[in-house]
Ligand binder design. Structure first.
Ligand code: FMN
Length: 194
């Protein structure tokens, strides 16, 4: 499952080491709620501001109505590969609380819950690819969300597929090594890294 990437000096937990965002998903795999149970349980146990838990998830499995709605909302560059994944999930934040006050940490908290989901799913042998390239307004309407809810990202979930099934341009991207800024660029203060 692992993918070429920049070398790193410090070790990572296996799921963090193995996680990456593929476009080639198995086109025949069938997933059900049970398979995703641990990943959603991991999302449920994410920390959040004041334990507000401002997240919810709308799941579609390939072939069902929710899946179709999510596919229809995707940017064409995402549609071309994501429509083959076994599951698509709309990641929703409640950006306004019950009293009508903005929940300023809602998007941060949702992101953390999705990170938990992703790491548990990776541990369970699945792969996850998050996307911001979709029509959030259209999808929110199609999913009949309330005005206090916002679809922040969607994610494709499934097992690894065959990169040869992707359009040529995406095959090249799929094989590209993963890169990151060095630690010295992102950590300041008393901790210093080369
Ligand atoms: C908020 C967010 C939005 C993203 N949007 C897209 C997207 O629309 N299409 C896509 O192919 N990848 C998308 N990605 C995936 C990133 O491109 C990917 O995580 C990044 O390049 C690092 O690669 P890695 O996940 O394999 O480490 C998104 C990721 C995040 C977290």
């Amino acid at each position: 499952m692992s993918h070429d990437h920049d070398p790193h000096e410090f070790s990572l937990a296996p799921a963090l080491e193995n996680r990456w965002s593929p476009r080639a998903f198995s086109r025949t795999e069938v997933l059900d709620s049970t398979v995703l149970g641990s990943a959603f349980e991991a999302a449920r146990w994410a920390p959040s501001s004041g334990n507000s838990q401002p997240w919810s998830f709308v799941v579609g499995f390939r072939g069902d109505e929710t899946f179709g709605k999510i596919v229809a909302s995707l940017a064409s560059g995402n549609q071309v590969w994501a429509e083959h994944a076994a599951a698509l999930v709309a990641n929703v934040a409640a950006v306004v609380d019950a009293e009508g006050n903005p929940q300023s940490h809602a998007i941060y908290d949702l992101g953390q819950a999705v990170a938990h989901f992703t790491i548990q799913a990776t541990t369970d042998g699945l792969m996850v690819h998050q996307m911001g390239g979709f029509d959030a307004q259209m999808l929110g309407k199609e999913l009949m969300l309330s005005s206090s809810q916002r679809v922040v990202t969607v994610m494709a979930v499934g097992s690894a597929g065959n990169p040869a099934d992707l359009p040529e341009k995406l095959q090249e991207r799929e094989a590209r090594p993963r890169t990151r800024k060095p630690l010295s660029d992102i950590v300041e203060g008393s901790a210093r890294y080369a």
